[in-house]
Design a protein around this ligand. Structure first.
Ligand code: KIV
Ligand code: ZN
Length: 514
């Protein structure tokens, strides 16, 4: 019997700290449900003290997720821990994750604290966390640059205070595998009560070593890895969940532990996170990149045809590549639609909600006969964004595009129940349409990113567009999907402007980094 490797996903917390990757509460719940289907052990849902939005998102995830443990982050301060405890009240199983920096530079320059004081704060925080749950994780922030002797002292103290998981983060991505692995082995060997807690690692990817460092730690005894879908996270990101999970599974000869995830859901999670955040996955990204299982060279293709194992170390189906199958079509009824949407984590509260969504599904099926899960995910995004931001609606769009002429677009919107029409020329059909919309909504935001992804294959595939807008340091992503990419672009722009306006109305400050 192999040890269990606990997979702790922090896409919703550390992942969201990537500039521009902020997600709404609803989007976080959808990702959390996808992570639950993947059978992730722990979902870090956010940092409840950071903002009201974060608190509510953690609360919503705690209420929605049944099988995975839901975790909230807290600095080693009473008010943070109480807020996390409050947000997690509705969870079936919860964890409080408290942290304080332990490296000389962080203690002196950031915290302005003596090492003894840091130990006192850590112990107090863990004890307070235990008043809410018996599942408390302690992180020694910047452990990668901390002194081993000090780590031994603080970790021994927090275990005595009741910490059940000890996380060793390489916060700035400075470690290298051999040394990081040795640190884990030394800590486990030197700390007298180390057998009373699970050792965990959380590696950042500044030197491109996050996965390698995490795996070195696992070889040396760590039994929890903190990671994110697509390696999302602060700066260069965190260790990528899909790479960790597939490395441990594929090289079971090397690792004496196993994760037990439902790996067939990996690709769906990756696509969902990419579409919600607007961070595309590079084609050559391991496991989830479009080329990860594609063979170009003739000699490779020949070998794979004779026997896939000549060049393939994993099966594409094992991570969900074959899941891009037709799930619904022209003849699918409301029940089939409702049940697949529910499986994808989107239940309906009222008959009206179901009817509206089914109506959109029927419209889509008229244009595109074969509907795959990704189409349904895009439909969910659309239904949700309409429900959340009703102020601006696209009524009509007409583009005239002709060789040798400047494209011209005329757009009619309904803004606060009033129909308005505007026109613009542009360097292309998309440019003209977005300019026409801007002439009506007057957001004055800067376009930071425009990307189009094909949701499935075929020329009738839906294009999914992400638009990132920035205004007075507020950054929002808008999404839109349609079989016509000009319309998808218009929807995405309107979605982003609506989010920006909602933020402005709330005067809701975006949260800073931890
Ligand atoms: O990178 C880091 O140190 C963190 C901690 C809060 C675990 O994200
Ligand atoms: Zn981190």
């Amino acid at each position: 019997m192999k040890d269990k490797l606990i997979i702790f996903d922090t896409t919703l917390r550390d992942g969201e700290q990537s500039p521009g990757a902020s997600m709404t509460r609803e989007e976080k719940v959808r990702i959390a449900k996808a992570l639950e289907r993947l059978k992730v052990d722990v979902i870090e849902a956010g940092f409840p003290i950071a903002s009201v939005g974060d608190f509510e998102a953690v609360q919503a995830v705690a209420n929605a997720v049944k099988d995975s443990t839901v975790c909230g982050l807290a600095r080693a301060l009473d008010k943070d821990i109480d807020r996390a405890g409050e947000a997690l009240k509705g969870a079936n199983s919860c964890r409080i994750h408290t942290f304080i920096a332990t490296s000389p530079i962080h203690m002196k320059m950031k915290l302005n604290m003596e090492p003894e004081q840091v130990i006192e704060y850590a112990v107090r925080a863990v004890k307070r966390g235990r008043q809410f749950t018996d599942n408390v994780e302690f992180s020694a922030e910047d452990a990668g640059r901390s002194e081993e002797d000090f780590l031994c002292r603080i970790l021994e103290a927090v275990i005595n205070a009741g910490a059940t998981t000890l996380n060793i983060p390489d916060t700035v991505g400075y470690s290298v595998p051999q040394q990081f692995g040795a640190t884990i082995a030394n800590l486990m060997q030197r700390i007298p009560n180390s057998d009373k807690a699970i050792f965990s690692v959380h590696c950042h990817n500044d030197l491109g070593l996050a996965v390698a460092n995490s795996l070195a730690a696992v070889i040396n005894g760590a039994r929890q890895v903190e990671c994110t879908i697509n390696g999302l996270g602060e700066r260069a990101g965190n260790a990528s969940l899909e790479e960790i999970v597939m490395a441990v599974r594929t090289r079971h000869d090397v690792f004496d532990c196993e994760a037990g995830l439902n790996t067939g859901e990996i690709l769906a999670c990756s696509k969902l996170v990419s579409s919600i955040t607007g961070f595309p996955v590079q084609p050559n990204k391991a496991i989830v990149g479009a080329n990860a299982f594609a063979h170009e060279a003739g000699i490779h293709q020949d070998g794979v045809l004779k026997n896939p194992e000549t060049y393939e170390i994993m099966k594409a189906e094992d991570v969900g590549w074959s899941a891009n199958r037709i799930v619904l079509g022209k003849h699918s009824g409301r029940n089939a639609f409702k049940s697949r949407m529910t499986e994808l984590g989107h239940g309906f509260n009222t008959e009206q909600e179901l009817n509206d969504a089914f109506f959109r599904f029927k419209q889509l099926v008229d244009k595109k006969h074969e509907i795959v899960d990704e189409d349904l995910q895009a439909l969910i995004s659309e239904v949700n964004s309409d429900a959340e931001e009703e102020r601006i609606k696209l009524i009509a769009l007409k583009v005239c595009s002709e060789t040798g002429e400047m494209p011209n677009s005329t757009v009619t919107l309904c803004i606060d129940n009033e129909e308005v029409t505007g026109s613009s020329i542009g360097s292309g059909a998309v440019d003209a349409s977005l300019k026409a919309i801007e002439s009506l909504v007057k957001s004055e935001a800067t376009l930071e990113l425009y990307s189009v992804n094909s949701i499935s294959s075929g020329t009738d595939a839906q294009g999914e567009v992400t638009v990132r807008l920035e205004k007075t340091r507020r950054i929002v992503n808008g999404q839109g999907a349609d079989t016509d990419i000009v319309i998808a672009s218009a929807k995405a722009y309107i979605n982003a402007v609506s989010k920006l306006q909602a933020l402005e109305l709330k005067k809701h400050p975006q949260k800073g980094n931890v």
